[in-house]
Design a protein around this ligand. Structure first.
Ligand code: FES
Length: 319
């Protein structure tokens, strides 16, 4: 049982950054936000972090603890101590954001980026759908989950594509906003929300699932990304690597119930590109016995069942 908590908090004064140590008595049944507030009120009034509602509504209190993003007012300190099995915790601002001071991050650049997906209802040109149009209950359920987003930034902090991207990939919460308006029955122009997402490297999501795992509201962000990708294909955007890879994957599974790993890059990138880019890698894989270029996979046992699933899915899609 811990009686004391030891914190290292990353500080930033606008020019320099450093880690500062603090020590507070441990009280069970508290939150991460309580810990930060206790440090500020009892040890260091200069410590800067943001919070407002304390009820997981405003989204302003997210921070990183031991390199994992949490909504501070919602996260039990007891659970954090148990998860990391230590009473030494390191606090840092969210990743993939500009830092203003200490743990406070800048949202303006993200809001500027979000404008691209037009996060508002667009009336249809013929006036049949207008912002504010009454919505049926079933239609509301389509937007209920994405509307839960409180813009805390946890998903963006955990996003591995954002960490390596040059800035064009959109943050998961922006993809959520695009989805939320694209599926809204009152919106007259879903394509205006989806096309900017497609044009900002939609297919580069790495499927690491960190955004979904860490979202404090349990929003199914990767399902939304899958939807946006499928819609971009319906919009005619089929001549990109992501769409071609999806088609190759789909065809393999439908015909054999498994992937042909040798043919997958050729079907995705074409012969010339695959040969020029992947031969050294392929040769290394062959030399280590990881792939056999002569192996042509046979259909799996149960392929009939897989084809039935495809048939059923096709019927559902048409109905
Ligand atoms: S203080 Fe508002 S969400 Fe945490």
């Amino acid at each position: 049982m811990y009686t004391t908590l030891y914190f290292k908090i990353k500080r930033f004064d606008g020019e320099q950054e450093w880690f500062q140590d603090y020590e507070i008595p441990y009280e069970k049944g508290k939150t991460i936000l309580w810990a930060l507030t206790t440090v500020r009120e009892t040890l260091d009034p200069t410590l800067t972090f943001t919070s407002a509602c304390r009820h997981a509504i405003c989204g302003s209190c997210a921070v990183r603890v031991n390199d994992n993003a949490f909504l501070a007012c919602k996260t039990s300190l007891d659970e954090v101590l148990e998860t990391f099995n230590t009473n030494y915790l390191t606090f840092e601002p969210l990743k993939n954001f500009d830092v203003i001071r200490d743990l406070a991050i800048a949202w303006e650049p993200k809001m500027d980026k979000m404008e691209q997906v037009k996060p508002w209802l667009i009336p249809s040109a013929d006036g049949t759908k207008e912002a504010g149009f009454i919505q049926a209950e079933d239609d509301y359920h389509e937007i209920a989950a994405p509307t839960d987003c409180i813009l805390c930034g946890v998903c963006a902090s955990e996003c591995n594509q954002l960490a390596i991207n040059d800035g064009t990939y959109l943050d998961p919460f922006i993809l959520n906003r695009a989805y939320r308006f694209a599926v809204d029955s009152r919106d007259g122009s879903p394509e205006e929300h989806i096309r900017p997402v497609y044009e900002n490297e939609l297919w580069k999501c790495l499927h690491c699932m960190q955004c979904v795992t860490k979202c404090p509201k349990g929003i199914p962000l990767t399902e939304q990304i899958a939807y946006l990708r499928a819609e971009s294909i319906k919009m005619g955007e089929t001549k990109n690597l992501g769409a071609r890879h999806a088609f190759a994957f789909h065809d393999d599974v439908r015909s054999k119930g498994r992937l042909n790993e040798v043919m997958l890059p050729i079907k995705t990138e074409g012969v010339v590109s695959t040969v020029s880019k992947r031969v050294p890698f392929a040769l290394r894989m062959i030399s280590k016995g990881k792939i056999n270029p002569l192996h042509m996979p046979k259909a799996v046992e149960g392929i009939k069942g897989i084809r039935e699933i495809y048939k059923y899915a096709e019927e559902v899609r048409k109905s």
